[in-house]
Design a binder for this molecule. Structure first.
Ligand code: CAA
Length: 379
């Protein structure tokens, strides 16, 4: 076992770090307030190869491993977790599925532009009445000649108003329960596709979240991903990888909270010396550092298992469960270290807390991760 990053991984880390500091940081406060989507930044991420990092170069991707992806995700999310989730959804929830289950024609038409960052993707599983209990899909797809007709509603869709292509889960055969769910590649321009209201969120405000309406939406028959009935398997396997990405997003926030606290504690004086000399502060910094490192190790382990084609369901869930908790705790502690200054926008730590919370909710709540972990260890 070797804990040193390779030269290639260091290069990816440095490239992502430079890009985040120079191109993302300057507008991050403005976008948090205005909830503006970072369209230009996403375009540049595509040019860097960060929107299809693990996709084969044969299909326009960067052909990198999952470790590269989590390293880049941490650096981008450390500066702006909104940008992190946009990147994560395109990479792990959309490109992954089309590359794994798509036909060559689907890959040419949809994966290539997504992987090159020319088009943006979204993943539609959640519904008003199917969140954690994802098997309860109410959206239906009925085959009529050469096309399917989709009806239903999807909720909490990241990249929702901005995406070009959507992976949508819908029931093709209700009698089969979750084995009757199928996945479709749907373009925003297809008839009957309706973009709902954009959500006004607590955090990750410059990422774009909305509901999607499917009102007799016409989807060509050839746009089914895999085959009928494969949808739930596609969604679950996709989310296993997605959870590693969200864990890395949480890690970025945790690391940012730690670094902000170290910096501030060295500058701020109380009782005649920098507060970093106080044990009360040192203990906080020590806990934050240990938890951040532990989260990173869990994430790297999950990524390495995925890259080795080993089963990584438990490892991904553990990484997400732990890293998201560390992100929230570190952000809370960072506010405490900053005192009153931590509670106002002048310093970034209040945003870290708002951004961190969602990592305990999306791509499977912490409670769902515990169910997944428990089932795996009880097998
Ligand atoms: N990996 C692979 N397969 C899995 C799996 C996993 N992690 N979890 C379940 N499955 C498979 C099971 O093996 C089973 O298939 P078989 O019958 O062929 O063996 C099938 O799925 C059904 O599983 P269960 O019987 O365990 O179903 P359940 O209803 O008891 O539990 C669940 C399923 C684990 C709770 C699942 O519904 C789940 O993960 N829920 C959370 C959904 C989620 O993460 N939503 C996030 C929304 S996406 C999002 O947030 C995107 C965004 O924009 C950021």
């Amino acid at each position: 076992m070797n804990f040193e990053l390779t030269e290639e991984h260091k290069y990816i880390r440095d490239t992502a770090r430079d890009f985040a500091e120079n191109e993302i940081a300057p507008s991050s406060v403005h976008r948090d307030i205005s909830a503006e989507f970072p369209a230009e930044i996403v375009k540049k991420l595509g040019e860097l190869g960060f929107m299809g990092m693990m996709v084969s170069p044969d299909w326009g991707g960067a052909g990198m491993d999952t470790l590269s992806y989590v390293i880049a995700m941490e650096e981008i999310s450390k500066v702006d977790a909104s940008v992190g989730v946009i990147m994560s959804v395109n990479n792990s929830l959309v490109c992954y599925g089309i590359e794994k289950w798509g036909t060559d024609a689907q890959k040419e038409k949809y994966l290539r532009p997504l992987a090159m960052g020319q088009k943006l993707g979204a993943f539609c599983l959640s519904e008003p009445e199917a969140g954690s209990d994802a098997t309860q899909q109410r959206t239906v797809a009925e085959l009529k000649g050469d096309h399917y007709v989709l009806n239903g509603m999807k909720n909490w869709i990241t990249n929702g108003t901005k995406a070009d292509f959507y992976l949508i889960q819908a029931m093709t055969d209700k009698s089969k329960g979750y084995k009757g769910i199928s996945t479709f590649i749907v373009e925003q321009t297809f008839p009957g596709f309706e973009v709902g209201k954009k959500e006004d969120k607590l955090g990750i405000r410059s990422s774009d979240t909305c509901s999607i309406g499917l009102n007799n939406c016409i989807v060509p028959k050839e746009n089914i991903l895999g085959e009928e009935g494969l949808g739930f398997k596609i969604a679950m396997e996709t989310l296993n990888g997605g959870r590693i990405g969200i864990a890395a997003q949480a890690l970025g926030i945790a690391q940012a909270s730690l670094e902000a606290s170290v910096k501030y504690s060295k500058e701020r004086k109380a009782f005649n010396s920098p507060i970093s000399n106080l044990q009360a502060i040192q203990f906080k910094l020590a806990d934050m550092a240990v938890n951040t490192e532990s989260a990173r190790l869990l994430i790297f382990r999950a990524a390495l298992k995925k890259d080795a084609n080993e089963k990584f369901v438990k490892e991904a869930a553990q990484a997400k469960l732990f890293a998201s908790k560390v992100a929230v705790n570190n952000a809370l502690e960072a506010i405490q270290v900053h005192g009153g200054y931590g509670y106002v926008r002048e310093y970034l730590v209040e945003r870290y807390l708002r951004d961190a919370k969602i990592t305990e909710i999306y791509e499977g709540t912490s409670e769902i991760q515990k169910i997944v972990i428990a089932r795996e260890i009880l097998k």
